[in-house]
Write a protein that binds this ligand. Structure first.
Ligand code: VG1
Ligand code: CO
Length: 545
């Protein structure tokens, strides 16, 4: 093989992938051999890549370009036949999934820390996706992790960096590298699912205005092409559309806190009718109407209830899945449609088997993630186009659609309180404390609420029977309300505690209450049970969504 070099190395601690890949500070990834070890561990354990096709791309954050050159050289030295790379090294996470599936690749490497900030002192990440296009299941990430603990060499080749900004075909050692423009592939997939004519007419009507905030992250080029060029939305519909290595210094997380510029544009009588945003790697979405925020859990439920209006889902849906902390709004829709609803642990990798087996069509997470069987990742722009399709057919406002949904199914009031970057030992102590409380909780009464069950969520995959334990503490009350506690698996500083709170309200006269007010009693119960103030020294959450 051309110039193959074997480099001696020693293992690094802590290369265990979390909720969505291995995420660390850029400085950690820049250490000699750190990235190389992890990538070689992928090749040492995933023999299908040998002589196969690998997709490589990232969200364009700081260190993306260097990392891609390193990965390509290692791939060439490990016998990969063809690498498909996004132009400029950029591919959104859903586009990686789309491209893997379309070109029947054996896998993909996604470089992203998603919604975490980027820059020399910020975050970087790497994730392996399998041939279905989805994030590697735990059996695969476990194998990769085990390999990182004993790795003592990696392979690479001596070669100059490739120019990734030019589309075309290159040779790197014995490997063929194709620099591709994934925007066309992705746009074609979207056109096959949604009623583009109806959406075009909606924009042409002149009575409908939209803004999409790409947050200087990866979706800019995809959104400009699809929304402005193909669907005819007015120029300027996409804001912050140029991907930047540091996301313009922002936090590319589409929520009410970090996408405040967009929130302001959808506010008041001169605000737009529809606003949406996506995250660093393009898999999340936030949906806003004029002065109206759609809770992600509600968004999944609304999409499911209206899927028959969208060409790609005309035939109906096979089932729905939601992550455990996501509100139970989708469950009510599944029951009404007579289809199954699955509850999975947090993280998209747990939807893969259900999608592959045809058990579900739609799935989602409370963390601004929604998707379907069209790819194996959550898909930000897909959700935006789904909403646009509904708006084009129904010709109602976003708020009216959601309010009607609540009238029909009841409202699941929902909030998530995050306590970011708390002391890790304190966070572990807090979770341990909750664990010890679990057996004492059933039947206990807190104000108007009586505990029905309290457990640590354990998931047995219905397809391959693999078991995932320790997925979050659930406290369920007799009226269906829930409090869930879990520690984040994507952070890079200390620990992040997430508290998820939900209460069902069937009475339509009580659907207009401010969310935090409606949930106040449960919020107080959660804070007291977990002894938040005493254990974390925090009096308030860092982010409320
Ligand atoms: C968070 C979210 C989770 C999501 C994950 C990856 O994980 O809660 O629902 O799947 O991020 O999202 P955690 O472990 O920090 O709670 V992203 O947009 O990386 O792809
Ligand atoms: Co993301």
């Amino acid at each position: 093989m051309t110039d193959r070099k074997e480099i001696a190395t020693t293992p690094f601690d802590g290369q265990k992938p979390g909720t969505s890949g291995l995420r660390k500070k850029v400085k950690v990834f820049q250490q000699p051999h750190y990235l190389e070890n992890f990538v070689q561990a992928i090749f040492d354990t995933q023999s299908v890549l040998n002589n196969g096709c690998l997709v490589v791309g990232g969200d364009g954050r700081f260190y993306n370009r260097e990392a891609i050159q390193i990965i390509l050289r290692i791939a060439a030295a490990n016998g990969v036949a063809t690498a498909l790379v996004g132009r400029g090294g950029i591919l959104s996470t859903p586009a990686v999934s789309c491209v893997i599936r379309k070109y029947h690749a054996q896998g993909g490497i996604v470089l992203s820390a998603s919604h975490n900030p980027g820059g020399a002192d910020e975050d970087f990440g790497i994730k392996f996706n399998v041939a279905s296009g989805g994030p590697a299941p735990e059996i695969v990430t476990d194998d990769i992790f085990v390999r990182t603990r004993s790795i003592d060499r990696y392979f690479t080749i001596a070669a100059a960096p490739l120019d990734l900004d030019l589309l075309g075909e290159y040779q790197l050692g014995d490997m063929k590298v194709q620099v591709i423009d994934s925007v066309a592939d992705y746009a074609e997939l979207m056109a096959s699912l949604f009623n583009f004519d109806a959406i075009r007419q909606l924009f042409e009507s002149g009575a409908f205005r939209m803004r999409f905030d790409a947050m200087h992250a990866v979706t800019g080029p995809y959104a400009v092409e699809i929304l402005e060029n193909i669907l005819g939305a007015e120029p300027g519909t996409v804001i912050n559309g140029i991907p930047l290595e540091d996301f313009g210094g922002g936090h590319p997380d589409p929520n009410l806190v970090h996408a405040h510029e967009l929130v302001a544009l959808a506010h008041g009588s001169d605000g737009v009718d529809f606003a949406a945003a996506s995250d660093g790697d393009g898999d999340r979405n936030m949906i806003l109407g004029n002065d109206f925020f759609v809770t992600p859990s509600d968004s999944l439920a609304v999409l499911a209830a209206n899927a028959h209006l969208v060409p790609g889902y005309h035939q109906g849906i096979a089932g729905i899945a939601r992550s455990m902390p996501t509100s139970q709004a989708a469950d009510r829709v599944a029951a009404a449609l007579g289809v199954d609803c699955y509850e999975t642990p947090t993280g998209w990798k747990f939807f893969g088997n259900l999608l592959d087996a045809g058990r579900i069509t739609l799935c989602g997470e409370e963390s601004f993630g929604t998707g379907s069987h069209h790819v194996r990742e959550k898909d930000g722009l897909w959700a935006v186009l789904f909403w646009l399709n509904l708006l084009a057919i129904k010709r109602q406002s976003v708020g009216a659609i959601v309010r009607e949904h609540w009238q029909r199914f009841g409202r699941n009031y929902y909030t998530r309180h995050d306590y970011e970057a708390i002391n890790s030992t304190a966070a572990d102590g807090l979770m341990h404390h909750l664990h010890t409380l679990l057996p004492t909780l059933p039947q206990r009464v807190f104000g108007n609420y009586t505990v029905a069950y309290a457990d640590d969520f354990c998931y047995v995959d219905p397809i391959d029977a693999s078991m995932s334990t320790g997925q979050g503490i659930r406290i369920g009350f007799t009226d269906g309300s829930r409090i869930v506690f879990r520690l984040s698996g994507t952070g890079t500083e200390g620990a992040t505690l997430r508290i998820y709170i939900e209460q069902y309200e069937p009475d339509a006269t009580r659907h207009e209450r401010p969310v935090q007010d409606a949930l106040q009693p449960l919020i107080t119960i959660a804070r007291e049970l977990a002894q938040i103030e005493a254990r974390t020294e925090r009096t308030a959450p860092t982010v409320i969504t």
